[in-house]
Design a protein around this ligand. Structure first.
Ligand code: KG4
Ligand code: ZN
Length: 354
């Protein structure tokens, strides 16, 4: 079975074709095969605005979509069994480009259409193959259920229990900023370009993680929710009261390292608190912030201590891409109930995973 995935929820135009080598293989827990995966980033366009402008994103998706389809996807849809498209959440004008493209192709090729929640897609990145494997001759394991998923992206920070394919229950969420948003805002305070996550991570290398004692939001509350706005404000006040040091590289590195430490600390400790309650068979890290090397390492180490398998997405599929959307579509395609009439589908910027 071959699935075409389409993703346009934010500032990446992405197309992918994912297949199972054999149906049995995928169901037995082998990863899917990525036949094609292309991502066209609009970062350079949005950089000058300091964030993503929805209408500009939509225009760029429109310009990119035709040539990308022509280059990477068989024009008659030959061999494609279904189309999976991100239907939300995301920027409405941007989502619409992907959704309308998917509807048109589904009608043209006469194949089923499957709407996918972007957050579900991020989780399914852990069902995609890794480039580097310790034991390449052994099958790559995939998460087993129930899986405790930490979704951390530019718009979301959530703890979700995945009981089976397509079955989700939310047990925690952010009360204010998302983790990625906090990275982006602190980067802006340090005059670093958008998106801020990778910039902060780079700056933090060699910085002192305990140079500043930034607050760990809600860590002492007995719940599974997150809050990053207090941390963001604390960084702002620290920068304001040290404005003579704003160009001092060591000071900047210490701010970045201490900030990143506070975020990672909260994310890992709350996930482990959730694990004690849920007793999952695996932990899955998902979303753009899952590209953070420190978070990946600390989550893996915490899982090892607790004896729980931790799955971090391959770095290539941590940020927005369409292979993860096609992977989610592959599992949804096993049940016809998940097919929708192309004439009925509309993008939903608030689409929820549960
Ligand atoms: O999932 P994603 O690509 O887009 C959304 O669905 O939002 O996530 C983007 C977010 C941005 O906030 C970006 O700053 C953050 O992920 N990010 C990182 C890193 N790479 C991307 N945050 C921390 N460390 C990174 N290495
Ligand atoms: Zn995303």
């Amino acid at each position: 079975m071959k699935i075409l995935g389409i993703e346009t929820s934010c500032d990446e135009t992405a197309l992918a074709v994912v297949s199972d080598k054999s149906l049995i293989g995928a169901w037995r827990g082998k990863p899917l095969k990525v036949e094609v995966s292309t991502v066209l980033s609009q970062i350079q366009t949005h950089e000058k605005y300091g964030g993503v402008v929805p209408e500009v994103a939509a225009r760029e998706h429109l310009q990119a979509m035709g040539p990308m389809l022509e280059k990477d996807i068989p024009f008659d849809g030959k061999g494609i069994d279904a189309i999976a498209v991100t239907a939300g959440p995301g920027l409405a004008p941007a989502l619409r480009v992907g959704v309308e493209t998917a509807k048109t192709l589904a009608l043209l090729w006469g194949v089923p259409l499957i709407p996918i929640c972007h957050l579900e897609g991020h989780i399914y990145a852990s069902w995609l193959p890794r480039a580097k494997r310790v034991l390449p001759f052994l099958p790559q394991p995939v998460p087993s259920f129930p899986a405790l998923c930490l979704i951390v992206s530019g718009g979301h920070s959530e703890l979700v229990v995945m009981k089976g394919h397509g079955q989700f229950e939310r047990i925690g969420e952010t009360l204010d900023d998302a983790a990625g948003e906090a990275f982006d805002k602190v980067a802006k305070m340090l005059s670093l370009p958008y998106p801020g996550g990778p910039q902060i991570a780079r700056l933090a290398v060699g910085g002192q993680v305990d140079a500043f004692d930034f607050p760990r939001g809600l860590l002492n509350r007995d719940n599974l929710d997150f809050s990053f706005s207090g941390l963001k404000t604390s960084v702002l006040y620290t920068l304001r009261s040290n404005d003579e040091k704003l160009d001092d590289e060591e000071f900047r590195k210490n701010i970045a390292a201490s900030f990143q430490e506070a975020v990672v600390d909260v994310l890992v400790r709350k996930t482990m608190r959730a694990a004690k309650r849920v007793k999952p068979a695996s932990i899955v890290l998902a979303g753009g912030v899952a590209a953070n090397i420190e978070l990946r390492a600390r989550m893996r180490a915490a899982g090892e201590t607790e004896g729980i398998d931790v799955f971090v997405p391959p770095l290539t599929y941590s940020l927005d891409n369409a292979a993860m959307i096609a992977a989610a579509g592959y599992f949804r395609a096993q049940d016809e109930k998940n097919f929708v009439d192309p004439l009925d589908l509309a993008a939903d910027s608030n689409l929820d995973i549960v």
